[in-house]
Design a protein around this ligand. Structure first.
Ligand SMILES: O=C(O)C(=O)C[C@@H](O)[C@H](O)CO
Length: 349
């Protein structure tokens, strides 16, 4: 039996084919829900996923589509995705995630149903301005979270940090459930500032290759003291009036943006962090090191953060999706696709 995992976000989709817990083929497509949101239909997204699936299948020896179970996670289950599913309300464990998965026939992609994993939201009966800070959502990171828990000896209570375009801070409770999360737009912010503002000139349109800890901490301090916007402009001043290197300027900007992340994590009423809460950081090494350095320098925290390595052979999103798929296959859940579940790519959203 082969398992195909489809990890589809806002701009990119990755298809991997697995056999015996090993990736035997993979392909990427520059499509995501941004395409369907822009066009108002699913044609580009569907065609991109199908193309990536075909390319992956062409690499996979002895594997044909009819021998595959297919499982998908990410923004693909959002209102502008291939299979809109409401978020499950936290707390959610991996079994509940599997029970909430929906099978849907999408003949333009595969003859068999695709299992879609729902996202997770914080439990809040009604959202208003007074409690907005307690609300949060994720789609895709729930699979990554359970992937991380499957691979590493992390026991709740803990907060798992998944840095990305949207950084997620995911609270795990004692029962190894997702209890709540908080999202920031640190990755997108850093990307926009580095590539699409005046700072692009000061930073040569590049992120830091190596972390300069002093500049990181100074950037964070400036953000705390003068606010995000002024601290960002200080990168230009470093460029105009000092001989700071590229890595120093880029580390400073990293400190500015991540300072706001640490603040979000500490202030979140949904995460309810205490000084001794275990913080576990995944993601790119430079982001891990930067967040760990900011936590080490922050008197609020009494414990060092734990860094977990990313293994390209065992991507968290796929490991989590496979854990969900294995539960589905074990249970042989009867709620497979009804005829009304059939989606055609030309359907309007
Ligand atoms: O659930 C939604 O609708 C989101 O917008 C969540 C988004 O932040 C993703 O988690 C990014 O990966």
């Amino acid at each position: 039996m082969f398992i195909v995992t489809i990890d589809s976000g806002t701009t990119n989709t990755r298809v991997r084919i697995w056999q015996d817990k090993r990736i035997i083929a993979d392909a990427c497509a520059a499509v995501g829900v941004r395409d369907s949101a822009k066009s108002g239909n699913l044609a580009t997204l569907t065609a991109g996923i199908k193309d990536a699936l075909d390319r992956a299948l062409a690499q996979a020896e002895n594997c044909t589509l009819d021998r595959c179970a297919i499982v998908a996670s990410g923004m693909i289950t959002a209102d502008v995705g291939l299979c809109p599913i409401p978020h499950l309300s936290a707390p959610v464990d991996v079994e509940q995630l599997a029970n909430g998965a929906v099978a849907r026939h999408i003949p333009a992609i595969a003859p068999q149903p695709i299992w879609f994993i729902p996202g997770v939201k914080n439990a809040l009966p009604q959202v208003n301005l007074a409690n907005l800070d307690m609300m949060d959502v994720m789609r895709g990171e729930e699979a990554e979270t359970f992937g991380l828990l499957a691979l590493h000896a992390v026991h709740g209570p803990a907060v798992i940090v998944l840095p990305g375009s949207h950084s997620k801070f995911v609270k795990i409770d004692r029962q190894q459930r997702i209890a709540a999360c908080a999202t920031t737009m640190a990755g997108e912010l850093l990307d926009v500032l580095t590539h699409h503002t005046l700072l692009a000139g000061s930073l040569n349109r590049q992120f830091a290759a190596r972390l300069d800890r002093d500049y990181l901490l100074q950037g964070a301090e400036a953000c705390r003291h003068t606010g995000l916007s002024r601290a960002c402009f200080s990168v230009r001043l470093l460029d105009l009036f000092t001989d700071a290197t590229h890595d120093q300027k880029a580390s400073y900007l990293l400190g500015v943006t991540l300072c706001a992340d640490i603040q979000a994590m500490k202030q979140s009423r949904a995460l309810a962090l205490t000084p001794d809460t275990r913080v576990v950081i995944s993601g790119k090494p430079i982001l891990q090191q930067a967040l760990a350095a900011l936590i080490a320098a922050d008197p609020f925290f009494t414990a060092d953060a734990l860094l977990v390595d990313e293994d390209p052979a065992r991507p968290l999103s796929s490991i989590g999706a496979i854990a969900v798929m294995e539960i589905i296959m074990r249970q042989a859940t009867p709620h497979s696709a009804a005829p009304s579940d059939v989606v055609a790519s030309g359907d309007p959203l």
